[in-house]
Structure formats: structure tokens, C-alpha cells
Design a protein around this ligand. Structure first.
Ligand code: SAH
Length: 363
């Protein structure tokens, strides 16, 4: 029997077998009909792929053997290999996936009572160059494909206990999601389907450095994704220093685009603000931020900076964070301080790819 799981990665890449997870149910039904297989078989396969979380064709025991052989000869199952799987003391889990071209990508599952959130990546590396983030240190290598984005979801789903379900998705891993919208949107579309994860768009948060034209494009597609913008500074001078891509954009243009997003979708936008000690965390900066966001449909998420050992920047103290948050609250701006998750396995925001970055820099 031909078993795609037994192929080496390169063989799969050379054979160019598409992953089964890239197919929608109607597409799989179509495939069945083209191969003179009864249409209802597609529904059976889908049940194995999604609610049953199968790991290989062999598990699909209610399919005839010749059909399983045909599937294995026509599709690959997974298209990445799990290079490492780490579990943090707070039960955050991180997968390092090896892609067919020997590039790596990371994705994370985080647990809270009644909430299981996964964080997925959209690019190998990142071109944005934020000075406090490890993911972008070696720059951008390439976009992830739709199938590679989906694979993170299906791989993480298979780490969960039988009764456990993914409740939220944050597109906040490695890369700039809005720079890869063409591959991201079809992946998210697949998750909405009733027979896959049946995921509502409101439970998916897309985090962006703030690309105005792409924010407008996202506003117009008729979905109500939660949008988070990584602002990190209340004025252009400072923002351009710590988020270099800002030099070509500017905060005002971003805020106009997010207002448009709110008008089109009715969704309040979240502004993320990493607190960097002595850089953007003074009371004056908090007041400036409050003025900037006043009367906008916003929510501020203050993020304690996660340590990046390669960088010379530190996070603000808890006391500074509380003072900053009080100033915003007093000005009527809803503010939360983000909980840190998975820091002991380098799984927190900004730390993804850190071990690989260390390797690359060492040469
Ligand atoms: N490119 C997108 C998504 C990836 S970054 C974006 O910019 O939003 C996801 C979030 O993690 C962003 O808000 C980013 O600013 C934040 N982040 C990056 N490095 C961090 C660090 N060292 N500590 C805490 N948060 C960090």
C-alpha cells in the first residue's frame, strides 16, 4: 500500500501531492465523483479529518482499503513534520513545524479555564523589523501557503484532549498577516465551514502592524474578524523608531483605516501596546495615547514585553504598567493588561523563532 505518511518530506514535495486538508467538502465530493467513488465517502473522510482528528489514512477503518490506497496515492496527509513539541508549566504548548523546503514555522496553543486559544503564523520570518521582536530579526523568507496556514490548525487540534476544543484563534504568530492576506483568507474560510471547525469570524483575531490599504480590503469582505493593531507608540516620531515600517505609513492613516473597519464591520478595534522600559511607557506617553484614541471605538491591550535575550530592550515594571493603564482608564479608554503565557518555552509574543534566530546568528 502506498502511504503518503511514509514518504520523506522531499518525496512529497517532489510528487507535489496536495494535502487533503486543502480541500473543501464540495471539492472532495467532486474528486470522489471524478474517480467513480460514491459522493457520501467525502463526508466520511471529512469526519475523520476534523471531528475524529485522524493522524493517518490507516485510521479511516470504515473506508474500503482500495479507497484508502487511492487517497494515499492522490493526496499527502500532513505536509510538515513536527520538529519539536514543547509544553510549558502553564500548559501552553508550542510546535515547531518543518516545512518541505526545510524552513520552520511555529504555532502555539494556550489554555485558560473555558478557553483554548491557538496562535498561528502566516510567514516564514517577517519584513516589518519591529525592534523588540525576535521573529523578524533575520527578515522575511517567504509567505506561508494556505495549506501551511491550515496545517498549524490541524496539528494543534490534534494536541488537545478528546473533550477539548479550540475556542479562539489569534493570527499573531510569526509574520505580518495582512502582507499575506491572499493565502490567509482562504485558510480562514475553511475554518468557518460547518463540517470542519465551524468557527465564527468573531472568534478569530487578526493582528497587524497596521497596513491601511489591507485593513480596508479586510473591512470589505463581509466578515467580522476581530482586528488588533500593534500601535506601540502615541506619535509618529517614536513609532517610526520602534516599528520602522511606520516611516512609510503614519498613525493618522492607520486610524482612518481602522475607523473604516469599524464602520463596515461594527467591530471595535484593539490597539496593542508593548510596554518598553524608558522608551514608550511614561505618563506623558499614556496621556498622548489617550488623546489619540479618545472617541474612537477602541480597546487598548497593554502587553508586558517578553524578554528577547538577543536584544538590548527591557519590559516595563508592573507598577509602570499599572500607572499607564490607570491614565488610559481615567480618560475613558477601555484597557487591559495582557497575561503572559508560555514564556518558559519561548512561546510568548515576540519570542517565536527565537531558538532558530539564535542558530542563524551564530552562523
Ligand atoms: N505582525 C503582526 C502579528 C505578529 S506580532 C503584528 O505586528 O501585530 C503579534 C504581537 O506580538 C504584536 O502586537 C507584536 O507587537 C507583539 N510582540 C512582538 N514582540 C514582542 C515582545 N518581545 N514582547 C511582547 N509582545 C511582542
Amino acid at each position: 500500500m502506498v502511504d503518503a505518511e511514509k514518504f520523506t518530506l522531499l518525496e512529497v514535495a517532489e510528487a507535489k501531492l496536495p494535502t487533503i486538508f486543502a480541500f473543501s467538502l464540495p471539492e472532495l465530493e467532486q474528486w470522489c465523483m471524478e474517480h467513480e467513488i460514491k459522493k457520501y465517502r467525502a463526508g466520511q473522510i471529512y469526519r475523520w479529518l476534523y471531528p475524529m482528528r485522524a493522524q493517518s489514512w490507516d485510521e479511516m477503518t470504515d473506508l474500503p482499503l482500495d479507497l484508502r490506497e487511492k487517497l494515499a496515492a492522490s493526496f499527502s496527509f500532513f505536509i510538515s513534520e513536527v520538529e519539536s513539541h514543547q509544553i510549558a508549566s502553564d500548559r501552553t504548548e508550542k510546535l515547531l513545524l518543518k516545512l518541505h523546503d526545510r524552513e520552520f514555522v511555529e504555532c502555539v496553543v494556550m489554555r485558560e479555564p473555558n478557553r483554548t486559544t491557538i496562535c498561528i503564523s502566516t510567514q516564514v520570518g517577517c519584513a516589518m523589523g519591529c525592534v523588540f521582536c525576535a521573529s523578524g530579526l533575520p527578515g522575511l523568507t517567504r509567505n506561508l501557503t494556505t495549506a501551511e496556514i491550515l496545517e498549524q490548525m490541524t496539528r494543534l487540534d490534534r494536541l488537545l484532549d478528546e473533550q477539548e476544543k479550540i475556542t479562539n484563534i489569534v493570527v499573531m504568530g510569526i509574520g505580518e498577516p495582512l502582507a499575506n492576506l491572499d493565502n490567509l483568507l482562504p485558510a480562514l474560510e475553511r475554518l468557518h465551514e460547518g463540517k470542519t471547525f465551524n468557527f465564527g469570524s468573531r472568534r478569530i483575531t487578526i493582528s497587524t502592524v497596521g497596513l491601511p490599504a489591507k485593513i480596508r480590503q479586510l473591512a470589505r469582505i463581509g466578515k467580522r474578524y476581530s482586528l488588533a493593531v500593534s500601535l506601540h507608540a502615541p506619535n509618529d516620531k517614536l513609532r517610526s523608531e520602534i516599528v520602522p515600517v511606520n516611516r512609510n505609513i503614519g498613525i493618522q492613516e492607520i486610524l482612518e483605516a481602522t475607523e473604516y473597519y469599524f464602520e463596515q464591520t461594527g467591530r471595535r478595534v484593539t490597539y496593542e501596546y508593548v510596554l518598553l522600559s524608558g522608551i514608550n511607557d511614561s505618563p506623558a506617553e499614556a496621556r498622548q495615547l489617550a488623546t489619540l484614541l479618545k472617541n474612537r471605538h477602541s480597546h487598548v491591550n497593554l502587553i508586558p514585553m517578553n524578554a528577547i535575550s538577543l536584544l538590548d530592550i527591557g519590559g516595563s515594571s508592573q507598577e509602570t504598567a499599572r500607572t499607564f493603564s490607570h491614565i488610559l482608564n481615567d480618560a475613558g479608554i477601555v484597557t487591559t493588561i495582557r497575561k503572559r503565557k508560555g514564556a518558559d518555552i519561548d512561546a510568548a509574543c515576540g519570542q517565536l523563532r527565537l531558538p532558530k534566530v539564535r542558530e542563524k546568528i551564530k552562523g
